[in-house]
Design a protein around this ligand. Structure first.
Ligand code: ATP
Ligand code: HSE
Length: 316
């Protein structure tokens, strides 16, 4: 399970009363999730999700709240922070920052079709188009410098083959970092995995978990999504799904030549980022009753991205 801070009904009733959303009928701990404590909350006038933030850059919570408010105002189905009548969005429960959000409809899709991937591409293009003129600035706390530092710290734990794979990727990141930082930027979700997207049939009905959101190169968001949504079991890219995602995106925001050149590198960087964060989580939560995602999946994926046959659709 992954609820780090259990709550009683009385604690919840006390916390929820200022929202004036009706009586607490029921609540359930949400077992999925790896970083925060989440609860489904059934109130008199509907269903909500309560998140207690357990870790991460707490000083950046105002950034997440503002970004989600901006997306909500633009019509995106996202878990914006509901405010109390006195205007409080960020509150505290059992000493943890606490946010009450709408419960978004739909379910996660484990085996996405090309149509699901196209929806993801369209959603990402919408996010980037909305924010690229004036992105809210936040440097990722798991960016290129973090990868270099964590890669160095974690490589002694790896097999010789894995360490060589990681070192080659870190050397590539080092040599191309200026080109990467010069790519066109916007606000990124930066964690757009299948378990952060809800679907009703083939219609994308919501995106959750913005706690890795940041400002940065738009291509990086695509690389993260391609790696999770468009990989076959062994790690190789599924070209039909990848093409569907990229074509749907490019129909709303055409790619630049620099983005086309750097796509293979960005796919490798996105693989390194989640390989390292999963290694760190596996180390931090070893032996505990916490959902740990397999780090080796991302080592395999990085290995499979040494050759990338996918090209970006460019405007003629
Ligand atoms: N606003 C919401 N509407 C509906 N379901 C939600 C909402 N927020 C969270 N959930 C459900 O709770 C689960 C866990 O949430 P989430 O992925 O945000 O966990 P986390 O621990 O914060 O993040 P992660 O493990 O992805 O880093 C989701 O998979 C989803 O099923
Ligand atoms: N989506 C991440 C976990 C949360 O950041 C992963 O699959 O490793």
């Amino acid at each position: 399970m992954s609820v780090f801070t259990p709550l009683t009904k009385a604690q919840l009733e006390d916390f929820l009363s200022p929202y004036r959303l009706g009586a607490l009928h029921d609540f359930q701990e949400i077992q999925a999730g790896t970083e925060n404590s989440n609860f489904f909350i059934h109130l008199g006038n509907g269903q909500y999700v309560l998140t207690l933030i357990e870790r991460g850059p707490l000083q950046d919570l105002p950034f997440f709240i503002e970004l989600l408010e901006r997306l909500h105002a633009a019509g995106f189905a996202v878990p914006y922070a509901i405010t109390t009548p006195s205007g409080e969005a960020l509150r505290t429960l059992k000493g943890k920052p606490a946010l009450l959000q709408p419960c978004l409809p739909g379910r996660h899709v484990d085996n996405p079709s090309a149509a699901h991937c196209a929806e993801v591409g369209r959603w990402l293009a919408g996010l980037h188009l909305l924010t690229r003129q004036a992105p809210l600035i936040r440097k990722s706390d798991r960016g290129l410098d973090w990868m270099q530092a964590q890669g160095k710290a974690l490589s002694p734990d790896l097999s010789a083959d894995e360490a060589a794979l990681l070192h080659a990727a870190l050397a590539e990141i080092q040599s191309k970092q200026e080109q990467i930082r010069a790519l066109p930027s916007a606000n990124l979700h930066a964690d757009l995995f299948r378990d952060n997207v809800m679907f009703e049939g083939e219609h994308l009905s919501g995106v959750i978990d913005f706690y890795n959101a940041c400002s940065g190169p738009m291509l990086y968001d695509l690389a993260i999504a391609l790696n999770d949504w468009c990989s076959q079991a062994g790690g190789a890219l599924d070209l039909a799904r990848a093409r569907a995602l990229l074509d749907a995106y490019a129909a709303k925001r055409p790619f630049s030549q620099a983005e086309a050149t750097l796509l293979p590198c960005l796919l490798r960087i996105a693989a390194v980022r989640f390989w390292l964060s999963r290694l760190l989580a596996a180390r931090a939560f070893a032996g505990q009753d916490v959902l740990i995602k397999d780090p080796h999946e991302y080592a395999r994926l990085l290995s499979a991205r040494q050759q990338v046959l996918l090209t970006l659709p460019l405007a003629l």
